[in-house]
Ligand binder design. Structure first.
Ligand SMILES: [Zn+2]
Length: 80
């Protein structure tokens, strides 16, 4: 049987925790970048046919409604 002194076992225990936390941190950073949402580039569309509101990530002016598949046109609001 392998005998490990207590001080080395504690260091191994800490290293395993540090590696686990590092892996989880890198995974969180990767997921945040993969699901990044920039509200400046996205646009809110509202379907005229079914009144369904949805957000498109890219700044396009024409999209299809995910509910009824009709064409939706992005309209800029007037500022007073
Ligand atoms: Zn619709």
């Amino acid at each position: 049987m392998i005998t490990v002194p207590m001080d080395k076992a504690f260091i191994i225990y800490l290293m395993i925790w540090l590696i686990t936390i590092s892996i989880l941190w890198v995974r969180k950073l990767w997921r945040d970048n993969a699901h990044d949402w920039n509200p400046n580039k996205s646009r809110l569309f509202r379907c005229d046919k079914c009144h369904y509101a949805f957000i498109h990530k890219e700044s396009i002016s024409i999209s299809r409604c995910p509910r009824c598949n009709s064409i939706c046109v992005f309209r800029k609001r007037r500022r007073f």
